[in-house]
Design a protein around this ligand. Structure first.
Ligand code: UT7
Length: 332
């Protein structure tokens, strides 16, 4: 009997209109355009403005576009998984709000919290609901409204992050395409270097936590950078070895867009040239769980059925991993 795999049968992304440039950041903190570009590769990022606009707005827009372009009725969706660290509310899950917003009345839905590796975790999990034969149409969303947890007085973090995200549709196939392999890791001892100090059960919100600016993302950048470079490169090389893939077999590397220097180190370790590396950090910065689907969306018209693609990420937790997939369709 042939193995059933999950294949990506569509991708769509969404970013808000407001563009926060390096020049505007210069007016907010002690930084400059040249430093940001050389140290990170980022020129601008998008910001979701307006009242009552949560991460679900990004997810709903991405999923609506996805349903439309894949000719899928919302009632056909069995499951929606949303990877995010900036849920609309601590509960209910943002995936529930997205499902309601797009009219996916027959689907169940839940969130995954794995920071920048969230889309890898969610894609792996979603594909397994398909492989078991349990479900036929699963949507995986990666989206973050990072501006809601960024301290725009902290130059170490505010220059990196932005808002945005995307969604993919997973369906079953018996062809030799789809999600082929996945390597996922976590190490909770990394928490001190990238976390949000207050607002959780350990330290609920008080006047003092607000005054101390503890409801923002804290990052010890250089430590995270060192772990990211090593682990993202290592796990990407490992998934190639495990699947007997040489650099020339890879059509695309889809790296988490945290820092151009981390992306370059990963591509170097894999022996892959820059022409095979998806890159949009320049325009969107680091959208946490949003970067990988946003890359696939941006490059969709260049992808061909059967292309070998490696997705790789590293982020808060620490969490990191890589997925090997064969692309599901030719440009439409
Ligand atoms: O996506 C989740 C995982 N996150 C990541 O992967 C991010 C990993 N980390 C990074 O990308 C980098 O560490 C940063 C971009 C956050 C920082 O770059 P860095 O090269 O590691 O800088 P640094 O923190 O070591 O700081 C170097 C210098 C310091 O000045 P001194 O002490 O050498 O005088 C900083 O104060 O750069 C200074 N600096 C800045 N200067 C201008 C730090 N931030 C800025 C800034 N503008 N925004």
């Amino acid at each position: 009997m042939k193995k059933t795999r999950a294949v990506i049968s569509g991708v769509h992304g969404w970013v808000p209109d407001y563009v926060l440039t390096n020049r505007e950041l210069e007016t907010m903190v002690d930084t400059n355009d040249e430093w940001i570009i050389t140290r990170t590769g980022i020129k601008e990022r998008r910001i979701l403005k307006g009242e009552n606009q949560g991460t679900s707005v990004i997810g709903i827009n991405a999923v609506k576009g996805l349903l439309e372009k894949t000719n899928t009725a919302p009632e056909e969706i069995d499951l929606i998984i949303c990877a995010t660290v900036t849920p609309d509310m601590p509960f209910p899950a943002t995936a529930n709000i997205i499902a309601d917003g797009v009219g996916a009345k027959n689907s169940f839905s839940f969130d995954i919290s794995a920071a920048c590796s969230g889309f890898l975790y969610a894609l792996t999990m979603g594909s397994q609901f398909i492989e078991t034969g349990m479900h036929k149409k699963v949507i995986v969303v990666g989206a973050d409204k990072m501006s809601s947890i960024i301290d725009y007085q902290d130059r170490a973090t505010c220059i990196i992050f932005g808002d945005g995200g995307g969604a993919v549709l997973l369906e079953p196939t018996e062809e030799e395409i789809g999600i082929m392999d996945s390597l996922l890791h976590a190490d909770g001892s990394g928490a001190p270097y990238l976390h949000m100090k207050a607002g959780g059960s350990r330290k609920p919100a008080t006047i003092e936590t607000v005054t101390a600016r503890e409801h923002f993302a804290f990052q010890e950048g250089s430590t995270v950078f060192k772990f990211a470079v090593t682990n993202m490169a290592e796990v990407s090389a490992k998934i190639m070895d495990k699947n007997h893939l040489k650099a020339e077999d890879i059509a695309w590397l889809v790296p988490h867009q945290a820092n151009k220097r981390i992306i370059d180190a990963t591509a170097n370790r894999m022996g892959i040239g820059p022409e095979k590396v998806m890159l949009n950090i320049e325009r969107y910065g680091n959208t946490t769980a949003g970067t990988l689907p946003l890359c696939l969306w941006d490059y969709e018209s260049q992808l061909k059925k059967g292309d070998n693609i490696i997705l790789a990420a590293f982020g808060g937790g620490f969490t990191w991993g890589a997925i090997y997939l064969k692309w599901g369709y030719d440009p439409k």
